[in-house]
Design a protein around this ligand. Structure first.
Ligand code: HEM
Length: 509
């Protein structure tokens, strides 16, 4: 029997097995039937449920389905019940009103393997361990003081970028902005986490790019476990390969830090790995509980959280913003004028300038509305049975909040929803930190992003500098409409193609 015939036979046997179990459960169940119905949803297929419906851009498919089935929709992904949340009011119910019930994360093969048995923060189930990791990261790695203390290093990396772009501008070269942003964020991240710029021994960007795809994929092994062994999508193989690459990087970096410490090398600024190692070696009373778990794999898992947060999300946000500015020269000009007023003759933008740029803030909001980096947030999971808005939601349901859909709905943004129009935020108090549920690119509540201040300052600083020093145009006489805006779905959603653009040095008045 060929492997394909074997796979088909296994699927058929599985489907029959699932059908019989389901029938028995329905007939002989002793549990009282819940008084409330589950939320409405399309009819699923045996065994796979609705997995076949998701397609290449699940956020778009789910948004279309929600128009028919409503703001709280039921799906079944293999054997896993899933709830798709698509309006601000419904998001508030799940992420604020009943936050504690939905603050967990579902288990997944990728998160389990790559995060050393989910020892980090992002994919860890809700409970004391997660709370301790989160408290540690918020206080020691992502605090306002720590973020501010690294401003000098961000500036140094930005100066290097500007110098390289000046050469490109002088030579009238087309620049691969996606690649430039990826390298810049890699440099900034490595300085912050490891204490030195990008390490030529590893291609961290390529590793993280592949990681976001395998982590975001709807993996059959997670939803139809008995098919997992067949690895029909080839994901298990990819996860293992990426796992090895990630581990090699982290092991090397940690070894080098330990070596530096034993050599008595005195650093002026402690990087993230230093901070984590010092908790392992001399537990502080504030983080006593976490210190007990602080082995090497915990350090690696937390470092991986931080890498994903800084390298990946920030470059994606900047690249989407620059794509929109290139398509909207009027907005670009207006932003440049405001930057000029605030930054004046200074060649380099200071972080203190950024908070004075209210039009920049609107540009960032508008771009995050149309291009939230995590189009479906990170999946949440319910920890108990609950009735919401009259619907019964089972314990261990996967909760998918369609952040992308929230930004597309004319009911939230009026009929000009498809236009890139930062002015829609004039006089509005909508922000993106999780208080206004029509715009939650960082999530909201307990599992909301703890890296907002760091992510926002990195993004704003880079965009401001790019438009302050250079004028930008699309290459090869391309018109705004011709710029490809296709997305590549994963746990984060970057542009599918690289953004190419031509800089020219601005003559400052
Ligand atoms: C502009 C950039 C960023 C965006 C758009 C972003 C977005 C998000 C989103 C949507 C979530 C999931 C929220 C949820 O599931 O409800 C998240 C979680 C998270 N983010 Fe960010 N993020 C950014 C920057 C950062 C940075 C700079 C870091 C840290 C270095 C970071 C670290 C994390 C962590 C650790 C979590 C998991 C929190 C938890 O599960 O408790 N993020 N982020």
């Amino acid at each position: 029997m060929s492997p394909t015939q074997f796979a088909i036979l296994l699927v058929l046997v599985g489907a029959l097995w699932w059908f019989i179990i389901h029938l028995f459960r329905t007939i002989f169940s002793t549990n009282p039937r819940p008084l409330h119905k589950p939320p409405p949803g399309p009819r699923g297929l045996p065994l796979i449920g609705h997995l076949h419906l998701l397609g290449k851009q699940p956020h778009r498919t789910l948004y279309e389905l929600s128009k028919k089935y409503g703001p709280i929709m039921s799906l079944r992904l293999g054997s896993i019940p899933a709830i798709v949340v698509s309006t601000p009011a419904a998001s508030e119910l799940f992420l604020k009103t009943h936050d504690t019930v939905f603050a967990s994360r579902p288990k997944s093969q990728a998160a389990d393997y790559l995060w050393y048995g989910t020892k980090g923060m992002i994919f860890t189930e809700y409970g004391t361990y997660w709370r301790n990791v989160r408290k540690f990261c918020t206080l020691e790695l992502l605090s306002a003081t720590k973020t501010a203390s690294m401003a000098g290093m961000r500036r140094e990396e930005l100066v290097l970028l500007v110098e390289s772009l000046k050469v490109a501008a002088r030579d009238r070269e087309v620049v691969d902005l996606s690649q430039k942003m990826a390298l810049l964020m890699e440099d900034m991240t490595c300085r912050m986490l490891f204490g030195k710029s990008r390490d030529e021994r590893f291609d961290l960007n390529a590793i993280i790019h592949e990681l976001t795809i395998v982590v975001g994929a709807f993996n059959v092994a997670d939803f139809i476990p008995f098919l997992g062994a067949l690895d029909l999508q080839g994901l298990t193989r990819r996860i293992k390969q990426i796992g090895k690459a990630v581990d090699t990087v982290l092991e090397t970096i940690i070894d080098e830090h330990e070596q530096d410490a034993s050599d008595g090398y005195n650093k002026l600024e402690r990087d993230f790995v230093d901070v984590l190692l010092s908790l392992k070696n001399s537990p502080s009373s504030t983080h006593e509980q976490l210190a007990q778990h602080m082995d090497r794999s915990t350090i690696k898992a937390i470092v991986l959280d931080m890498i994903l947060g800084t390298i990946d999300t920030s470059q994606i946000v900047v690249t989407w913003i620059m794509s929109e500015l290139l398509r909207h020269p009027r907005v670009m000009k207006q932003l440049q004028n405001q930057v000029q007023n605030v930054v004046g003759d200074c060649e380099f933008v200071e972080e203190s300038h950024v908070s004075k740029l209210d039009y920049l803030d609107m540009v960032v909001k508008e771009s995050l509305r149309l291009h939230p980096v995590a189009t479906l947030l990170t999946p949440h999971e319910s920890v108990e049975d609950i009735v919401i808005d009259g619907y019964y939601i089972k314990k261990k349901s996967r909760i998918i909040v369609n952040t992308w859909g929230l930004g597309q709905d004319p009911k939230n943004w009026s009929e000009n929803v498809n236009e890139f129009l930062p002015e829609r935020f004039i006089g509005s108090n909508i922000d993106y930190t999780g208080n206004n549920f029509q715009l939650i690119p960082f999530g909201s509540g307990r599992r909301g992003c703890p890296g907002i201040p760091l992510g926002v300052i990195m993004v704003k600083l880079v965009v401001t500098q790019l438009v302050h020093t250079f004028d930008w145009e699309l290459p090869f006489g391309m018109s705004a409409d011709e710029l490809d805006m296709e997305e590549l779905f994963g746990i984060t959603v970057p542009r599918a193609t690289h953004l190419l653009a031509m800089p020219s040095l601005r003559s400052l008045p």
